[in-house]
Design a protein. Structure first.
Length: 216
């Protein structure tokens, strides 16, 4: 049989893509989207806002100004407005409404008017060494230990809780920075409702013992 009867099929000619080719349009769109998304991610990664963090532990009722704060740049997005912004003046006459630990970002709700604070600072004598867990901002319970009664075989009454969950405002320290172990003073923040019981215990025959709250 002659090859002329069955001519070889002609090879298809490749056409150059044109702007009307949907595949080319889709490819260009995908590249543009990828570039835009990458630019958005990079720009948002560098978008930080200056906010205040506590330079030391802040306790309820303590006046808050720039001397107790330090500026940190953080990327919080829309959440940045929930914190005390460092690109605005610190409101005058503001005090801490709750404990703000050293290095913690200061939430806008953590500071406010002094009139809203319902705690009072009470000095508690310290007759023995304190646990390292008792420091500014720590949560403690106060217990009253009655003194031994004369003529009762030297037995003292059972210790009783005075108030629970109060915040340590200040701990007296020696020049070397160590807690005073004898005749020192611990300042705790007591609510108005518990104040009479604490003051009565401090003036009674016996001693007030400070107990740190586990996990606080």
């Amino acid at each position: 049989m002659s090859n002329e009867a069955n001519p070889a099929p002609a090879a298809p000619r490749l056409r150059r893509p044109t702007w009307r080719d949907p595949r080319l349009v889709i490819g260009v769109v995908l590249v543009a989207v990828a570039v835009a998304l990458g630019s958005w991610v990079v720009s948002n990664a560098d978008r930080t806002a200056p906010v205040y963090a506590a330079a030391g532990t802040l306790t309820p009722g303590e006046p808050v100004d720039e001397s107790q704060l330090r500026v940190v740049d953080v990327n919080l997005g829309a959440e940045a407005d929930r914190y005390l912004r460092a690109d605005a003046a610190v409101p005058e006459g503001q005090v801490a409404l709750r404990v703000v630990s050293e290095g913690e970002l200061v939430a806008a709700t953590a500071v406010g008017d002094a009139a809203t604070v319902t705690v009072r600072s009470v000095a508690v004598p310290v007759g023995a060494g304190l646990s390292e867990r008792i420091h500014e901002g720590a949560v403690v319970d106060l217990w009253f230990v009655p003194a031994a009664q004369q003529g009762a075989d030297g037995d003292a009454g059972e210790p009783e809780p005075i108030v629970t969950g109060v915040v340590v405002e200040q701990v007296d320290a020696s020049e070397g920075g160590l807690v005073v172990s004898d005749h020192g003073t611990l300042h705790v923040l007591v609510g108005a409702d518990d104040l009479p019981a604490v003051l009565s215990a401090l003036s009674a025959e016996g001693s007030v013992t400070v107990v740190p709250v586990a996990g606080a």
